[in-house]
Design a protein around this ligand. Structure first.
Ligand code: FES
Length: 72
């Protein structure tokens, strides 16, 4: 049995996932992924100049994102 695909929410930062993925725009065109990386970081602060990827801007804009999953 394989592990489910996991997207990790970094505290006050991006969503991080395996680079073994295709990310496409609203037209179905694929974004080139950073070469040689095992992980991809997606912006969730809205301030990246390279969306959908994180460019580190969350550090300057003071993004707060520390939501935790409710355990049932
Ligand atoms: S989460 Fe990093 S630039 Fe938005």
């Amino acid at each position: 049995m394989t592990e489910p695909f996991t997207i990790r929410c970094r505290e006050n930062g991006p969503l991080v996932l395996s680079a073994n993925v295709r990310i496409v725009d609203h037209l179905g065109n694929e974004f080139p992924l950073p070469q040689g990386k095992e992980l991809v970081a997606l912006c969730r602060c809205g301030h990246s100049q390279n969306k959908p990827f994180c460019d580190g801007s969350h550090k300057q804009c003071g993004f707060q994102g520390s939501n935790v999953a409710i355990q049932s």
